[in-house]
Design a protein around this ligand. Structure first.
Ligand code: MLC
Ligand code: AMP
Length: 506
């Protein structure tokens, strides 16, 4: 039997690509595919020198960099499990991820070493390394002194490759277990249906701690042996200046609204682009239409999630219809069901369920949670409300899960409410998402006062920022005498969303 390790598939392509450019960092020196292979091997040897064994988790919280990519690929290569964390997470948030994943190694930026080292020690982590060229615990230094050849570890298709945390309705994050086969089947399908071809250059401006920037963008470009223009983060003016050198860009809807807000953005800037992909959050139909009017390009919207990689995509050749997410990927089946699991008819609105080689193998050490999210016949319950037309085209119409998506990052209201409720002076809270011109949805909190206190909005925001990643912190906090409730005592969030629906309107 062959090796199902995703890296073994990628390495074949890398060796075939040879001296072709893999990465063109801006700023920075280009790196060839041969050079990439050597760096990955050095990191793989470094991990093994540190005692990393098959199936061990490696927790990573570092800024986007090529070394970050080497570490991702080396983790695959040695048969360990990559656990990337959003760089916005606070030490308090990371504490939970480390306690749950029980990694054998934590890799962080030098600026975080002081706060993360005691946390790692407390949870029995063998070593904390920093992503720095030198200094105590420098992983780069360790890798630099390793040989540049390494034999890729044998993995079965259902062995774990990644552990990506995603919050649940309870507010507690769950680790989605992603297998080698989940990743390779999804990447191969996207590579094919999006017509990746010789000469493609990917403009990469997404973060690489989530599915979109890490798996969708990188793995498809790698399979294609493409050159990747590598940006630290999304900056509309920088992207505008580099677009003519690229043929493909992937982004969250905020990327596209920010480009449209840039006066110089036009068809000329996109002259060499053959594919713009949008996903991770709903794109307004107006954005799609305005984008086509300005550039002549029809953005291809696709839909996916951490637990499932990509599930549906608008067609490359057929109609890319604004407001829809297209058809199930090859080998993926989707259906609409009622809450009790009854499968509904075309046109009915219900919860989207999906099945296929892309679906994760369950939540890390949470068999009951896993069982709750799957139907007995293997379909995964996505929590997204959708409608399927008779020809199979899917439209996402809402969410059954209480989730806010801000600029492509997920915010679970329950998690923010729990922090608010624990604050002195706060009685109860309700956290909602309302339309935001830049982030799609903006986080807003409504609180009641406790013990006659009247906490200041600015103080609440600043206290929350100590505990929660910036993107989760409400942009506004309003105080009410009491929260609106129905006869059953349930907070009426729809009423609050209607009341504050206009606050971010320009
Ligand atoms: C930054 N801020 C955000 C935010 N990003 N607030 C809310 N939502 C966000 N997404 C905060 C900053 O900390 C800052 O706070 C203030 O808002 C303004 O920052 P900014 O400079 O405007 O933000 P910027 O750094 O430019 O980041 C915006 C962004 C970024 C859109 C470029 O958020 C981003 O790259 N998003 C991509 C997310 C993504 O990759 N999602 C994929 C998930 S995978 P202050 O207080 O300091 O001013 C997935 C599956 C799938 O969902 O289907 O793909
Ligand atoms: P995550 O858990 O970060 O992977 O986020 C996945 C969620 O993002 C999905 O369950 C959807 O709610 C949402 N999502 C992703 N792509 C789209 C899209 N194209 N349209 C609407 N929602 C999307």
């Amino acid at each position: 039997m062959g090796n199902a390790n995703l890296y073994s598939l990628l390495e074949e392509r890398f060796l075939d690509a040879g001296e072709a450019i893999a990465f063109r960092p801006v700023p920075g020196e280009p790196l060839s595919y041969v050079g990439l292979c050597a760096q990955v091997a050095r990191y793989a040897n470094a991990l093994e020198a540190e005692g990393v064994a098959l199936g061990d988790r490696i927790t990573v919280q570092i800024e986007k960099s090529l070394d970050n990519v080497f570490l991702y690929l080396a983790t695959l290569k040695v048969g360990a499990v990559y656990q990337p964390l959003n760089t916005a997470y606070t030490a308090a948030e990371v504490d939970y991820f480390i306690s749950d994943a029980k990694p054998s190694l934590v890799v962080c930026d030098p600026s975080r070493a002081e706060s993360l080292s005691p946390i790692a020690a407390q949870h029995g982590v063998k070593a904390v390394h920093t992503m720095a060229p030198s200094g105590e615990g420098s992983l780069q230094d360790l890798a630099a002194n390793q040989p540049s050849d390494h034999t890729t570890a044998m993995r079965a298709s259902d062995d774990l490759a990644g552990l990506l945390y995603t919050s649940g309705t309870t507010g507690r994050s769950k680790g989605a277990m992603i297998t080698h086969d989940n990743l390779s089947s999804n990447a191969l399908a996207l590579h094919r249906i999006w017509h990746f071809q010789a000469g493609d250059v990917l403009l990469h401006a997404l973060p690489i701690f989530h599915v979109h920037g890490l798996y969708v963008a990188l793995n498809t470009a790698f399979l294609n042996k493409s050159e990747i223009i590598w940006l630290q983060k999304f900056d509309a003016n920088q992207v505008l200046s580099l677009l003519p050198e690229a043929t493909v860009m992937m982004g969250v809807p905020t990327f596209y609204t920010r480009l449209l807000a840039t006066a110089a953005f036009n068809a000329e800037a996109c002259r060499n682009i053959r594919l713009f992909v949008s996903g991770s959050a709903p794109m307004l139909a107006e954005t799609h239409v305005e984008f086509e009017g300005r550039t002549g390009q029809r953005i291809l919207e696709r839909y996916g999630m951490t637990e499932a990689g990509m599930i549906t995509s608008n067609p490359y050749d057929g109609e890319r219809r604004a407001g829809t997410v297209g058809y199930a990927l090859p080998d993926v089946s989707v259906r609409i069901a009622a809450e009790d699991g009854t499968v509904l008819e075309p046109g009915d609105i219900g919860v989207l369920e999906a099945k296929g080689p892309n679906i994760f193998s369950g939540y890390w050490q949470m068999p009951e949670k896993t069982a709750e999210e799957f139907r007995p016949d293997g379909y995964f319950i996505t929590g997204d409300m959708a409608q399927i037309e008779p020809d199979g085209r899917v439209t996402i119409v809402g969410r059954s899960k209480d989730l806010i998506i801000s600029g492509g990052f997920n915010v679970y209201p329950k998690e923010v409410e729990t922090e608010l409720d624990d604050m002195p002076g706060v009685g109860e809270s309700a956290v909602i998402g309302v339309p935001h011109p830049d982030f799609g949805e903006g986080v807003v909190a409504v609180i009641t006062a406790q013990d006659g206190q009247s906490p200041e909005e600015a103080d609440i925001i600043s206290a929350l920022s100590e505990r929660l990643a910036k993107f989760k912190v409400p942009k506004r906090v309003f105080q009410h005498a009491e929260l609106p409730r129905n006869a059953m005592g349930k907070v009426q969030k729809a009423e609050l969303r209607a009341k504050y629906g206009e606050i971010f309107k320009a």
